[in-house]
Design a protein around this ligand. Structure first.
Ligand SMILES: Nc1ncnc2c1ncn2[C@@H]1O[C@H](COP(=O)(O)OP(=O)(O)O)[C@@H](O)[C@H]1O
Ligand code: SF4
Ligand SMILES: [Mg+2]
Length: 339
């Protein structure tokens, strides 16, 4: 079943979206076995407006990185399209992208493995600029000012990654993404490997850079609270499918999907009383208990974990439908308890 038009995560975008993902399907592997197993990403659609941050949230294995890789051309989609400012880049090779698509860059999760330890910071930052045809002296100057824009000294160009902490390395990875002056950045769990206080600093830096430069961000995380801090809108993913999408506050505070409600368990709340109230509401509704039901091939993927599941859930994949401000793929969204 295809999600109905208008039930995508699209906002009221009037201008051409900075990033547009339509009916994306990604399958790993080849052959009959790959075709018969569920895809890693299953008909996902969303838009990101210029200057907007979209948070993509879900547990490990839900398909977040696969979506990021498909957007970046690192994993070919089985179906669907990816457009940047209206330009279809779905089938564009990495080589072609490095020359032509300066608008789209990435920051990965692991600040230790994402920087080459044998190259100076300057060499790492200059490389994408050289591929774009920027001359040597100008590229070094851009690398210096890129480092300064993330709060590091320009002379860090002469040093190596091992001379920096995890938080500093992630700033360098952000500077590397920024030097080409992109309009869209994919951030795949950029703060997950950092301690809490460093996380807050990097999130604040990202928010400042976004506001100063009008960046559009696809911000991937497994923590709903982190996503809410930075995003205007949130898309909740489970087993490759969109479960819920809508304004970040609506999704975070009044979840309409049982899976989003379950995710709130993993999102820390600073006030213990609120945390306890949320936990009680979830437990009273039976969330967190295993269910005997198994998911049908055509039904809702959340059936085995859902206390609200009925026969219709096993048989029919629920379409996304608009309830209040959020689109929700649940047959029984009206029965989901308030937080
Ligand atoms: N290179 C790969 N080959 C085969 N399966 C993969 C590969 N990468 C990811 N997967 C599978 O695709 C699904 C989604 O993974 P991923 O996109 O990494 O999820 P997330 O980023 O949300 O943790 C998982 O079931 C994972 O095992
Ligand atoms: S459709 Fe059914 S099984 Fe799926 S989340 Fe909703 S109530 Fe639960
Ligand atoms: Mg991932």
């Amino acid at each position: 079943m295809t999600a109905p038009a208008g039930a995508t995560a699209a906002s009221s975008v009037l201008s051409t979206p900075a990033l547009e993902v339509r009916d994306l399907v990604v399958r790993y592997g080849r052959g009959r076995k790959a075709r018969s197993s569920p895809p890693a990403v299953d008909r996902v659609s969303f838009d990101i407006a210029p200057g907007e941050t979209l948070g993509l949230v879900g547990e490990s294995g839900s398909g977040k990185s696969t979506i990021g890789k498909a957007v970046l051309g690192l994993q070919p989609p089985s179906a669907g399209t990816v457009r940047v400012h209206g330009q279809d880049i779905t089938g564009m090779s990495l080589r072609e992208r490095s020359r032509r698509v300066a608008d789209l860059r990435v920051v990965f999760q692991d600040p230790y493995s994402s920087l080459n330890p044998t190259r100076t910071i300057g060499q790492t930052l200059v490389e994408p600029l050289r591929l774009m045809g920027v001359s040597g002296a100008e590229a070094v100057q851009k690398a210096r000012s890129g480092l300064e824009s993330v709060g590091l000294p320009g002379d860090a160009v002469d040093r190596y990654p091992t001379q920096f902490s995890g938080g500093q390395r992630q700033r360098i990875a952000i500077a590397r993404a920024l030097v080409c002056d992109p309009k869209v950045i994919v951030l795949d769990e950029p703060v997950s490997a950092l301690d809490l206080s460093t996380q807050a600093q990097v999130l604040n830096l990202l928010a400042d850079l976004r506001d100063q430069r009008g960046l559009s961000l696809l911000f991937i995380a497994h923590d709903l609270g982190v996503v809410r801090f930075l995003s205007q809108r949130t898309v909740v993913l489970y087993r490759g499918q969109v479960m819920e999408s809508g304004p970040a506050d609506a999704v975070g505070l009044t979840p309409r999907h049982p899976y989003t409600l379950a995710l709130t368990a993993a999102a820390p709340v600073p006030r213990p009383a609120e945390q306890a109230a949320r936990r009680n509401a979830r437990e009273a509704a039976g969330f967190g208990m295993a269910s005997a039901a198994s998911p049908g091939a055509t039904g809702c993927p959340f059936v085995p974990r859902c206390p609200l599941s009925t026969d219709v859930c096993v048989e029919q994949r629920p379409p996304l439908r608009l309830i209040d401000q959020s689109s929700t793929a649940c047959h029984h969204a009206e029965r989901v308890p308030a937080l």
